[in-house]
Write a protein that binds this ligand. Sequence first.
Ligand code: SF4
Length: 95
Amino acid sequence: MVFVSFPGDEKSSGGCLAAGRGFFHINSHGGAEPCPFSPYSDVNVRDTGLKGAMNSALFNALRSGDLLVDDHKGGCVLYEKREQVQALLASEKNN
Ligand code: SF4
């Protein structure tokens, strides 16, 4: 069975399901991204495997913060907060 979630369905799913909370996206180069609508990556599944990608610093930061469970008003939370996602990625690169 395959469930597909698009912007607008997250409220009934308990929030944004990106970054391994429900799924994640692998781009054509192997980069693990939170969601196709949030195309940022800090790991490549060819290097880390799927479990490693699930535990990437970016995904962990997103899951442990409050961005994914923020109240949904029908749009894409991570797109609306893309500056915060970019800041997480940048701070990770500086560590
Ligand atoms: S990143 Fe956006 S489109 Fe993807 S699951 Fe979260 S809210 Fe939905």
